[in-house]
Design a protein around this ligand. Structure first.
Ligand code: C2E
Ligand code: MG
Ligand code: MG
Ligand code: MG
Length: 294
């Protein structure tokens, strides 16, 4: 069939392509409407240290789309980035996370936890990003020392000096930076040295087969060593088994996030999770997260 249509055939109508285009347009329209109405939720996924202590959470956006099946976060974030909607969506996310942090500051089980918020490269390039973050922190009363911004390694930096200046300004407020999905992008080492970041986040694609794939193991090991050399903390995402955690720990990884500990959950449930955890810790011992039951 492909042969008979010939190499000069011009296909005006590709049903699969048409569906893709339509669904993107529909998603974009629905996104726009739901952003205006603030119909988004944040879920929180625990981050755990070497001693099994709960040290924070990553805020992950969920779209409880009313009429149609919601696309995955990877899909709708990509639509938001391509349409510019990531700017208002990202502002809403930051506002929600900071308001939540201010509430949690009054609860001993939650008060010291670091909350990580994903930030798109487009947000970082937006001229008023630093001001908006500062205003959001002031308006909500969130503690900036407990706020971490996750920026993906693959984001395109069109002006490195500008990005460095913005990150430096935010770090002066106490905010920290984590380089998300590390290993999947293309940052050079000199570039990495210049960005004022605090943490590297090993992408889950390397963690998944770290036990069975020597290349993935070598990459994970190299990232951990790199973090060590540059004085950055290293967190592994997508940790699903105790074997993966132990493997990474043996190579010097100190912080983890993944289904082994808990899936992302609504704020209320996360608060219960943290409270239960802080209550059940042994009196004179390092509190330890029950990995299987979490
Ligand atoms: P990410 O920032 O790398 O977040 C980690 C993703 O891995 C999340 O997917 C999380 O649910 C998932 N994950 C966590 N532990 C495990 C595990 O053990 N196994 C597996 N297989 N997956 C695990 P999620 O929530 O679907 O989000 C996907 C991506 O969407 C995020 O990747 C992030 O890039 C983007 N995203 C989500 N919320 C936001 C947001 O508010 N702003 C921006 N800019 N991006 C966001
Ligand atoms: Mg992230
Ligand atoms: Mg990631
Ligand atoms: Mg990702």
């Amino acid at each position: 069939e492909a042969k008979t249509s010939g190499r000069n055939a011009v296909r005006f109508f590709d049903p699969a392509m048409q569906t893709l285009i339509e669904s993107r347009a529909v998603i974009e329209a629905d996104l726009r409407e739901d952003i205006a109405q603030k119909n988004f939720l944040l879920y929180y996924q625990p981050q755990v240290d070497d001693d099994g202590r709960l040290i924070g959470a990553e805020a992950l956006t969920r779209w409880p789309r009313a009429v149609q099946k919601p696309p995955s976060p990877d899909e709708f974030i990509s639509v938001a980035e391509n349409s510019g909607l990531i700017i208002p969506l990202g502002e809403g996310v930051l506002e929600t996370a900071c308001s939540q942090m201010a509430v949690w500051a009054n609860d001993p089980a939650l008060a010291g936890l670091t909350i990580a918020v994903n930030v798109s490269g487009l947000q970082l390039h937006h001229p008023s990003f630093v001001d908006r973050v500062r205003e959001t922190i002031e308006a909500t009363g969130a503690n900036p020392n407990l706020l971490k911004l996750e920026v993906t390694e693959s984001f395109e930096i069109s002006n490195i000096e500008e990005v460095i200046a913005k990150m430096t300004a935010l770090r002066k407020l106490g905010i920290r930076f984590s380089l998300d999905d590390f290993g999947t992008g293309y940052s050079s080492l000199s570039y990495l040295k210049r960005l004022p970041i605090d943490q590297l986040k090993i992408d889950k694609s390397f963690v998944r087969d770290v036990m069975s794939n020597p290349n993935d193991a070598a990459i994970a090991e190299t990232i951990i060593a790199l973090g060590d050399t540059l004085g950055l903390s290293v967190i592994a995402e997508g940790v699903e088994t105790e074997a993966q955690r132990a493997f990474l720990a043996a190579r010097g990884c100190r912080v983890y996030q993944g289904y082994l500990f808990a899936r992302p959950m609504p704020a209320k449930q996360f608060a219960q999770f943290a409270t239960l955890f802080s209550r059940t810790k042994p009196a004179n011992e390092t509190p330890r997260l029950s990995r299987r039951e979490a």
